[in-house]
Design a protein around this ligand. Sequence first.
Ligand code: KIV
Length: 290
Amino acid sequence: MSNTNASPYGTLPPASPVAVRKPISLPRLNELRARGEKITMLTAYDATFAAVADAAGVECILVGDSLGMVCQGLTSTVGVTLDTMRYHVESVARGIRRVQGTTWIIGDLPFGSYQESKEQALRSATVLMQAGAHMVKLEGGGWTTEVVHFLVERGIPVCAHLGLTPQTVHALGGYRVQGRDDAGAAQLRQEALALQDAGAAMVVLEMVPEALSTALTHELPRSHTIGIGAGNGTAGQVLVMHDMLGVNLGKNPKFVRNFMLGQASVQAAMAAYVAAVKDGSFPVNAEHAW
Ligand code: KIV
């Protein structure tokens, strides 16, 4: 008998097909890493895509401020506000709850929401945690170490973000590979080690040479390295969902693979991404890295 009360739009089943999976938590991510299994992460910004990513077996959803580009049509992430981030984290968390999903949700702290003081960072992180995030992410090293320590001490898991940090694109002079020369690599290494000591449980390494991110992965046993354009030696991988589904009119950066090719559904494409990260066939250093 059909359910006449069912919504005609974007139905979500009551339980995720991967409900048998244990809920993803920090200890669970540590377990994956300890047995050499790669951690998978994708961005998502709304309830339906988040639920589909959960059903495809993705372990971590990053509600990234990349939504400024892919949802809001901005030219950088600088214009994204905390209120916008709260809205999207809430939508993702609701989608995951509706399918009784198990995914770990990371909320990105936007530009201007943590730079002023550690107290401001705590207030902003609280907004995203109360919206349903399990962890917050913030960009940069050096001055952020103190902020990370402050948040972690107060029970907020933190993911750091080094290498290309898009919120500071204007200071960096463009979207460029970071840590290429000896001085840049040494600074990145020093910042990453300090962030691990401050308690960052994860660190996104964006557009960093493969040799450096692989070395850092060995040096950071307590801070799981998640690469994007950083080669296949990291503890996990992340891609922006729209890019890996080929949903854009522009040219993808070289570190992206279009996982939609040859797949009949978005869920199948996401499952193919999970499989390729887990079996080490994505990324390919010669093709996707520096
Ligand atoms: O905002 C975002 O989606 C990100 C990823 C590209 C890592 O920070």
